[in-house]
Design a protein around this ligand. Structure first.
Ligand code: PHB
Length: 426
């Protein structure tokens, strides 16, 4: 069968939030793209993922006109609880930084982005196979793949965006000699469950205890998401429901608190890793989102980092096409990674502060409790947590980067206003 040629400006590998956000932002700037995804759409929409959107990410969805379901079905959270050895201590985002986050799972963000892409006529192809990248250091890179209907196809483009997640092919296209893999593995993982029950508390509870870490999160009025610290090599088969509830109760015990139980309908063990690929650029290939870096879930940063990367990349591409300048593309790695490393620090810090370290000495444990005491009782300490959790600007605010005279400039500027999200409370 002969190869079908498709011509576009930006070929995007991966239709997760990073790839789809990028396609939407480029469309606002009048730049064409083709998005390629090997998984079926329904499978991505049905895969449970974490669920906190920073304020800037909420604002981005709003500026793209994709916020209706997020506001109707998600929940604005104006703080979190840190529970330390049975004592509840609230970090009040509204009071400390005047911002909020939105509880709305990644798979729902994906569905909204995919529906929005279809409505706008963007070229997003699911269930493609054999994706390979070519001529990334030349003027005209291309992506070959087998389309869903079996046709061998080549996307010929100016730039390739690698948005294909931590196990994708894009990162590996950067030769090992040119790439530094900054990597840290943690000696624990998260055991995650989905439960049919009412929320146990109005806000998320991050609990540190002598029995380990637990996070009581939420989904809807009738479905909850909970996690507890486990051995990273553990298997869900080792945990029956009774053992799970005993562990969650031990980690979250506090005067007057009852953890609401219900049927558990999903169990998974999630590894904890910190990773950054440097550089994020190779020739005309640019990595964004999990393709370039991963964080442990404790800081709720994963999807929000993708939003930052693609905001920077979209503006850099707009500058190239509209103003004929490649300067922002050339500095993409430095610009994107300056935000990523802040989030890497925050995610590592939350993880280290909240988990029980295997083999910790009494010094380690007392120091950790001292740190938690400081963070929850000092306004300066709490403010750092609140600022980082609700998120830094998705794009640099320096002049020249942000061009408010364009449609894309307006979309990107909308998340710098610092207003609290108006979405509903639970
Ligand atoms: C979740 O609801 O899945 C969730 C929330 C906060 C986190 C991680 C996961 O830090």
């Amino acid at each position: 069968m002969s190869e079908r040629i498709v011509r576009t400006q930006v070929g995007i590998v991966g239709a997760g939030p990073a790839g789809l956000w990028l396609a939407h932002l480029l469309a606002v700037a009048g730049i064409d793209s083709v998005v390629l995804e090997k998984r079926p759409r329904a499978e991505i929409a049905a895969t449970h993922r974490a669920g906190i959107l920073e304020q800037g990410t909420v604002d981005l969805m709003t500026a793209l006109g994709l916020d209706a379901r997020m506001r109707a079905e998600g929940y604005a959270h104006h703080g979190i609880e840190l529970r330390v050895a049975g004592q509840a201590r609230r970090i009040d985002f509204a009071d400390l930084v005047g911002r909020a986050v939105q509880l709305y799972p990644q798979q729902e963000v994906f569905s909204d982005l995919a529906d929005g892409a279809a409505a706008k006529g963007l070229d997003v192809r699911f269930e493609v196979a054999d994706v390979a990248l070519h001529d990334l250091t030349g003027e005209s890179p291309s992506i070959t793949f087998t389309d869903a209907d079996g046709t061998p196809t080549r996307v010929v483009c100016d730039f390739v965006a690698g948005c294909d997640g931590s196990r994708g092919i894009s990162k590996r296209a950067i030769p090992e000699v040119l790439r530094t893999d900054h990597f840290r593995e943690y000696p624990f993982g998260w055991f995650g469950i989905l439960v049919e029950a009412e929320p146990s508390a109005p806000e998320l509870i991050y609990a540190n205890s002598d029995h380990g870490f637990a996070l009581i999160s939420q989904r809807t009025a009738t479905t909850q998401r909970m996690y507890f610290q486990c051995d990273p090599t553990d298997s869900p088969d080792n945990w029956d429901d009774e053992r799970i509830w005993d562990q969650l109760d031990a980690c979250t015990a506090a005067p007057g608190f009852t953890l609401r139980r219900g049927p558990i309908f999903d169990k998974t063990v999630i590894p904890m890793r910190s990773y950054v690929c440097e550089p994020l650029q190779y020739g005309r290939l640019f990595l964004a989102g999990d393709a370039g870096h991963t964080v442990p879930p404790t800081g709720a940063k994963g999807m929000n980092l993708a939003a930052g990367d693609v905001s920077v990349l979209a503006r850099s591409l707009e500058r190239y096409y509209r103003e004929g300048e490649a300067d922002l593309l050339e500095t993409y790695t430095a610009t994107a990674l300056s935000r990523v490393w802040k989030a890497q620090h925050f995610s590592w810090w939350m993880t280290s502060m909240l988990h029980t370290q295997p083999g910790a000495s009494t010094f380690d444990r007392r120091r950790q409790l001292g740190e938690l005491d400081l963070v929850t009782t000092s306004r300066a300490g709490s403010t750092y947590l609140a600022e980082a959790y609700t998120g830094w600007p998705l794009i640099p605010t320096r002049p020249g980067f942000l061009d408010p005279d364009t449609a894309l400039g307006n979309v990107l500027a909308s998340q710098l206003t610092g207003r609290e999200t108006t979405a509903s409370r639970p």
